[in-house]
Each structure stands twice: as C-alpha cells, then as structure tokens.
Design a protein. Structure first.
Ligand SMILES: [Zn+2]
Length: 289
C-alpha cells in the first residue's frame, strides 16, 4: 500500500466501484483565498500506486474541473477521471481541482522511481536491416491510421474496471525494457509480451469499443485497438486471426482474435500495449495480481 505524504489529506481504503484503491485522498483543507472562506473546498479521491507506467483513477464531484500538470482531464458523468504516467515520468504530479464556484486546491503526488531491465550488447557486427522507402511510406501511413483510431472517443466506461489477462501464458517481454546495441539505445519495449501457441484465443481485457481492426500492418501484423474510454486504449497485435471489426462493442472477456506471429514477430505471442492519450502505460499494472 502506498500512502500520500500530503498534508491536509487522509489516506485510506475506499470501497468504491473499482476494487483497487491503494491510495485514497480526501481533500479537506481550507479553500484557497480568504475571500472564499465560505466556499466548500473540492474533494478528490485518487487510487493507484503513483509510479511510471501506472494508470491512476480518481473521482471528484461532477462539475468540478481537474487538471493534471496543467492538462485538463475529462470527467465522466459521475466525476470519475483517469490519468496515466509514461515510462520515464519522474518528480511529482500536480493535480488541481476546481469547483464550479472557483474554489480550488492543488496537490502534489510524488512519483515513485522505477527501474527497468536495460541490456547493453556491444561488439555486434555493424549493418542492420533498414526498411526501404516503399516500406517507410507504408509504415508512416499505417501510423496515421493508428493515431486516428486512438483519437476516437466513445462513451464506454471500460476504464473503471480491473483489467483481465487477454491471454494466459509465459511473459516473454516486459514493459520498459530496453536494449542498447553497440551503444545505440533502441526504443524501449512499450507493452507486455505473452507467449502462447498460435490459435490461442485473445480476450478483451476490459469493456470497450473496437476502433481499429487492421490486417497485415508492417510491424504489428493483424492489429486490434479497443477504446476503453477517457483516452485509454488497448492495442493487441501479431494476431493470426481477428474476430472483431471496427464499431464492435466488446465486454471484458469477449474474444478479439487469436494469437499469431503476423508482422515483425520472431515467435507466436501477444504483444499488448496500453495507451492513455500520448502516454504508453504498463499493462501489468492494470491487472489483478
Ligand atoms: Zn512486444
């Protein structure tokens, strides 16, 4: 359990809808500004271990506004909101909650540092496979359609639930790991790899709306993106078969497709990524332990 060190708040367990409340903050201090002494200070509850890769869930009164590091967050009709922390997030998150009457309070949540598996491999023979211009053009086109899919918003509330394993199997790649080859840092691994035989069903980890179901993308092969709401989405790739189409609504546990090794994959596995807006999150942190 993670407790806040903020003054004027109390940490505790919350019995709310999400089941996972590692940290709950009730903000009870005085309103900012003496002139507003009579105005009630906006309350907010926060749940989640504040560390890189995490999804943090919160709730405040509907009608309040919430900013995270200056960025306005979307709230649902019951005042739930979420935000995510990318791989290299550090320092603290500044959360500002403002009531309709203007009463406002700012909280600083310290980000717990996190280490990743980084492998340095030197002395490799030089020379690598670089995609030719036609492939580069194709990759750029595909990335545009992926970005457009992730930008779609639907009214799903999948973000509220604990996530399920989409496939049970051996974890063959973890979030955040990175290779440094001959001194050149490669892109960190942005998801979770689960090895499983070809044809193993891939299940929706949470409810949502299918916003992309694209065959044979250059890197990711058969690719499905499920929007879970409020900017949170799952990307599931390398499928041998897809069972859904754009526009489908899915519940947690519904079949999305089957494990494969389409695209650039060296063996059959599911690569599962989670995005919150422009941040890539660690799927393992959204799963029940
Ligand atoms: Zn992967």
């Amino acid at each position: 359990m993670m407790h806040s060190t903020l003054s004027g708040v109390r940490a505790g367990r919350h019995a709310g809808c999400m089941g996972l409340f590692l940290l709950a903050l009730w903000l009870t201090g005085a309103a900012a500004g003496g002139a507003r002494a009579a105005a009630p200070t906006p309350e907010v509850e926060i749940a989640g271990d504040v560390q890189p890769g995490a999804l943090i869930r919160g709730r405040t009164a509907p009608g309040n506004r919430v900013r995270m590091n200056g960025r306005p967050l979307s709230l649902d009709d019951e005042g739930y909101f979420i935000f995510g922390l990318g791989r290299d997030a550090s320092g603290a998150v500044r959360l500002e909650v403002t009531a309709p009457d203007g009463a406002s309070q700012t909280h600083s949540l310290a980000i717990r540092p996190r280490a990743y598996d980084v492998q340095r491999i030197d002395g490799l023979p030089q020379g690598k496979v670089t995609p030719d211009q036609a492939a580069l053009d194709r990759i750029a086109r595909e990335q545009k359609s992926i970005d457009a899919a992730r930008a779609r918003r639907s009214d799903t509330k999948g973000y509220r639930a604990q996530f399920l394993w989409p496939v049970k199997g051996r974890i063959s790649g973890v979030y955040g790991s990175q290779r440094i080859l001959n001194g050149v840092a490669k892109n960190p691994h942005a998801g979770l790899d689960i090895a499983a035989p070809i044809g193993t069903p891939i299940l929706a980890p949470a409810a949502g709306h299918v916003v992309l179901a694209a065959a044979d993308l250059y890197y990711s092969g058969n690719t499905v993106i499920v929007d879970h709401g409020l900017g949170l989405s799952s990307t599931l790739i390398h499928m041998s078969r897809m069972s859904v189409a754009v526009g489908d609504r899915v519940q947690a546990g519904d079949k999305l497709g089957e494990v494969g090794m389409t695209g650039r994959a060296t063996g059959p596995h599911l690569h599962w990524g989670i995005n919150w807006l422009d941040q890539r999150l660690d799927p393992q942190l959204l799963l029940e332990e």
